[in-house]
Design a protein around this ligand. Sequence first.
Ligand code: ADP
Ligand code: MG
Length: 298
Amino acid sequence: MTTFSNQQEGQQYMDPSETLSDVLQSQTTNIQNSRTIVVTSGKGGVGKTTATANLGMSIARLGYRVALIDADIGLRNLDLLLGLENRILYTAMDILDGQCRLDQALIRDKRWKNLSLLSISKNRQRYNVTRKNMENLVKSIASLGYQFVLVDCPAGIDVGFINAISPAQEALIVTTPEITAIRDADRVAGLLEANGIYNVKLLVNRVRPDMIQRNDMMSVRDVQEMLGIPLLGAIPEDNHVIISTNRGEPLVLKKKLTLSGIAFENAARRLIGKQDYFIDLTTPYKGVFQKVQELFFG
Ligand code: ADP
Ligand code: MG
């Protein structure tokens, strides 16, 4: 069983018919079957948290067990986007301090019980999680049977970034079609590779087809070609994103999906391999995605 630096992992209850080796075997299998994906960008405010909440919710709705980790300490807001801000009693810091068990700090979403949220810390002063702590936390989450762990990374490339990427085997780089965000995304791509994360995908957010048509904004294709990272999806600029943030209800939960909600759902499907990973930029997609594609790529 994985142990934290100063505390044994939360109590485990065993079925009397199970042997210890059965339990260990199933935990190992769980860890092997789990994917840890860090959502990162370099530049702040480009949509990492929005993407983490919506992709996480979509994947949970597709039937997988998903844990979201809010590693953005100072600007913690994943809880707000999910409407879970009043339910956080414990954070990862409390687990590390021996104040609670992992399952007490993992907050379950009321709407989708297979979606959970773990915040690292409630305030910046108490932030002293190490890479090893992060890796052990993620291993323990995976051993509980979570198939996806999405880590919402802080902006920048300092210690918070390095800690957040350390447990991940995969990364999603979020950028907007602006040169400053693209440059930071490129820098982050280099750092991910230097840290052994080669499975990287791109999400282009806040795309404005009207501006692209007027040649006032780079197209998704331009952004993708500049960065040379496989495209997972493109999300339009949409006021509903702000409305959904204020309501604490991810876009993908709306009964009548908006274009950005559809775009997030498509990205989630590609992430789990239910839809092609790579968007073919030359052949139009059919159905709803075709609509999105036409808007972006003309
Ligand atoms: P980050 O986590 O990278 O700092 P956020 O997800 O918090 O970024 O988003 C920053 C701001 O941009 C938020 O106010 C959010 O509502 C807004 N935003 C993000 N994506 C979109 C979008 N596609 N359309 C409109 N507003 C968006
Ligand atoms: Mg954020």
